[in-house]
Write a protein that binds this ligand. Sequence first.
Ligand SMILES: C[S@@+](CC[C@H](N)C(=O)[O-])C[C@H]1O[C@@H](n2cnc3c(N)ncnc32)[C@H](O)[C@@H]1O
Length: 241
Amino acid sequence: MQDPANELPTQAEPAEDALKRRPIRSYVLRQGRLTEAQQRALETGMPAYGIEYAPVPLDLAQLFGRADSSKIVEIGFGMGDATAQIAAHLPDVDFIGIEVHTPGVGSLLKQIEQRGLGNLRVIQHDAVEVLQHMVPDASLDGVHIFFPDPWHKKRHHKRRLIQAGFVSLLCQKLKVGAYLHVATDWQEYAEWVLEVLTAEPLLQNTAADYAPKPEYRPLTKFEQRGINLGHGVWDLVFRRL
Ligand SMILES: C[S@@+](CC[C@H](N)C(=O)[O-])C[C@H]1O[C@@H](n2cnc3c(N)ncnc32)[C@H](O)[C@@H]1O
């Protein structure tokens, strides 16, 4: 759900001015067809495992009923298969998945219900705003961003999620020693991400440049699509100083 205050002209303001101040988003909301199972999961799973967007900081310990576990945020989980798989393999770690695409949210909720994953919650909203307003500073042990939209065309590069300002926001939310893991199948975006993360003084690369794939990351849907197209895959893992 988008914040209408960001999108709509007010009575006193012409539409073109409202458009000018409209924030640049890293996604386009697609009308995806919902399967019946996804629709059902949205109805039953959202009250149990969903978190409504509200510009109020979350109490992460209270949310998961435990304070001592690591807290990881995944941005743009797509259909959520990899997210559910990681959460199932790491029951001692708590995960918050953020995604705007409704069929994807339904798909992940369905998997949470089927697998009974008590360590995974879902927020359907722009991750930039969730980070800004809901995630407390220095509260995260890790951030996963797997196969973010590469926005290939130069005139669309401003829509790329990985930008200096956003990375600085992520650093504010990561604990000292926490990690940021980005994976992409688009070489030019991999080079862009490497440059942006390397330029952030609060981050240190864990590798000389690209990292070996951490074993917790399973193959994702978009990764498989990229591999089928003959793309390579680049993982980048940085630590918060
Ligand atoms: C290319 S897909 C990759 C999905 C998944 N991680 C995978 O590897 O299969 C990128 C996803 O990020 C989501 N996304 C992009 N910008 C986002 C944002 N600002 N907040 C939440 N989700 C976002 C899109 O809706 C899309 O589903």
